[in-house]
Design a binder for this molecule. Sequence first.
Ligand code: C2E
Ligand code: CA
Ligand code: CA
Ligand code: CA
Length: 275
Amino acid sequence: AKAEGRGIFRFFEAAMGTHLRERRQIEHDLRHAIPRDELRLVFQPQTRLNSEEILGFEVLLRWRHGTRGDISPSVFIPVAEECGVILQLGEWVLRTACAEAASWHQPLAIAVNVSRVQLHNGNLPQLVQEILATTGLAPERLELEVTETALIKDFDRALATLQQIKALGVKLAMDDFGTGYSSLSNLRAFPFDKIKIDQSFVRSVDSNEQSATIVRAIVGLAKGLNLPVLAEGVETADELRFLCREDCNEAQGYYLGRPGPIEQFRYLVDRETAD
Ligand code: C2E
Ligand code: CA
Ligand code: CA
Ligand code: CA
């Protein structure tokens, strides 16, 4: 565990540019992760709160390095964004996730994370359109999760890109809501279909009056704007009870279901009839 800890630490150092050679190694290994079959997707349930019905899944990327073992996306995604290989990884995630969801018996939704680099690359709408056509996934079953930091650079271009994606019938969720610099104006300016409350607020909602007030306010804001709102990172029954009481629409978190390989959820996606 100690050696593993050191490994992770080195990855952080590398991500911060302290060890150029190490960082180049990560970049190099990331470029080979697809052909080496080291990438996997895991799925985390997103649950409707008043019925406890599972509406869909967030898709999360996992990398099992040949010699270093599992590396967290919060470590390798920033490196992939900086060296541009996120474009290949992002395309792989989108294509694999859409193909997987298209094969299900039940038309559950999938939410896929999209990096700011993908958003500003220019061809994301065309790519999404092509992948939907190739896989046969109904556009309304796909939701793209975008964080505010993706919207900072080049407002006009980000807006045009999101509008084109929305025109395909794909849904847009604002991820990590409340952690950015101008959440409210971004919410007004961009065509989002859903708000995801950041887990840092949800985590302490039952113990911290400030967090409770913030979550209450975000839920109220979403209601006022007629947008569904999902609370992320729900870990306890108390947190869930609070969210139900505040009339939050949806939730996601370890208490409701940990991310896992799709095999774990076969009983949901391949059952013959809906509830
Ligand atoms: P995110 O989009 O905010 O994803 C939610 C993260 O919270 C995931 O971490 C998930 O496993 C974790 N999580 C879910 N429920 C709970 C909970 O109850 N408690 C706690 N403590 N954590 C919970 P993960 O999978 O390590 O991903 C970290 C971040 O890496 C993601 O944050 C996202 O920004 C990025 N990421 C992951 N997969 C992809 C991807 O395919 N593409 C892109 N661009 N980014 C990705
Ligand atoms: Ca997300
Ligand atoms: Ca999030
Ligand atoms: Ca708590």
